[in-house]
Design a protein around this ligand. Structure first.
Ligand code: NAP
Length: 334
């Protein structure tokens, strides 16, 4: 069977497939035929060598596939079950702790860029029954991050106004979950073509952040002077001043990512004056993932897959991600 392993040298040109024996399943483990993975910014910085990971590590945090065999004592799954990987090896349930977020797949422990993997059964949950493998493979990182931000931390309710930034994986999931929960969504993008797609997914308002640099004030205007209840911050840098300007008093900003390369500019007074709550998150627990899977099945929501590449084209898939041409998630079929 074939898998990607990180070489000594890092970079997209160094990504190579190696042949390995298909591993045997032991007690407590499952053998999974991985059928798809999806790209995240974290995977990119790992393969580029900007994030530490040892030589030989299998990259890619996300995977969907089917159970081929189960070891002794495994009752949660049976052969034929369609499953998705969890993001953290040690975070099954409960609040975040340093130990629970220490073992990320694809850097601290092996990821899913392999035709077969043998892992503890707790490394997987069932996949939503209504999704194909590529769609399901988008969930463990971007999907769960958006889910936890809105449902676990911000606890949104119908009528809330949620602001999402840009059209990457996390933001599109957040738009879909927020709409499904009865919230209104203001989305930002730099592209008019993408604005149409955002409206089609249910965004109430779209702001072009390239044409409207003062988009925080525009969000306040669109909410009749009130400001937004919840904002998912994926850009950081100087843009956080606009995020803070967009908020209603007492709102929550969920700190998720830093797509902007500029240093964080933090206007403390704006946060104080509005009594804002800032909550940083890293993905979520296995239990959060089970809750998200149930919600996706109940709502019939389908993740937005922007494009799909073959297993041999992982480097090309990352180049596509680098170019920012995508809307939603980029997948790789295995
Ligand atoms: N904390 C966590 O648990 C967690 C989990 C997942 C991801 N993240 C982080 O969250 C961030 C987003 O991840 P992702 O996978 O959704 O990213 P992504 O798919 O690569 O998002 C790219 C999109 O973001 C928008 N964008 C890029 N630079 C921007 C800028 N300077 N200002 C405004 N918008 C900008 C663009 O949208 P338009 O083309 O529409 O303008 C772009 O197409 C990353 O930093 C990632 O590392 C964190």
């Amino acid at each position: 069977m074939r898998q990607y392993e990180l070489a000594e040298e890092r970079g997209l040109d160094e990504l190579a497939i190696v042949e390995r024996e298909t591993p045997a399943v032991a007690a407590g483990q499952v053998l999974v035929r991985v059928r798809a993975t999806s790209l995240n910014f974290h995977d990119y910085i790992v393969v580029m060598g900007w994030f530490p990971a040892e030589k030989g590590r299998i990259p890619m945090s996300d995977g969907a596939g089917e159970v081929v065999a189960v070891g002794e004592g495994v009752s949660a799954f049976k052969p034929g079950d369609r499953v998705i990987s969890t993001y953290f090896a040690n975070w099954l349930d409960g609040p975040v702790t340093a130990e629970r977020v220490a073992m990320m797949r694809g850097d601290q422990v092996d990821g899913l860029a392999a035709e077969y993997v043998v892992r503890p059964a707790s490394d997987f949950t069932l996949a939503p029954a209504n999704l194909g493998f590529e769609e399901a493979a988008t969930l463990p990182c971007a999907g769960l991050t958006a889910w936890r931000a809105l449902m676990v931390e911000a606890k949104i309710k119908p009528g809330d106004v949620v602001l999402v930034e840009g059209t990457g994986g996390v933001s599109i999931f957040a738009l879909q979950f927020a709409v499904a929960a009865g919230a209104q969504v203001i989305a930002t993008t730099s592209s008019e073509a993408k604005a149409e797609k955002l409206r089609a997914l249910g965004a109430t308002h779209v702001i072009n952040y390239a044409e409207t640099p003062d988009w925080g004030a525009e969000a306040v205007r669109l909410t009749n002077g009130r400001g937004v209840d919840v904002l998912l911050e994926v850009v950081g840098g100087e843009g956080i001043t606009q995020s803070i300007a967009a908020m209603r008093t007492g709102g929550i900003i969920v700190l998720i990512g830093a797509l902007s390369r500029s240093p964080l500019k933090f206007p403390m007074l704006g946060v104080l004056n509005r009594n804002l709550r800032l909550q940083a998150i890293t993905v979520g627990s296995r239990k959060d993932q089970e809750d998200m899977v149930r919600a996706i099945e109940a709502s019939g929501m389908r993740p937005v897959v922007s494009s799909t590449f073959a297993f041999e084209q992982l480097a090309e898939a990352f180049r596509h991600q680098e170019a920012h041409g995508h809307f939603g998630k980029i997948c790789v079929t295995i």
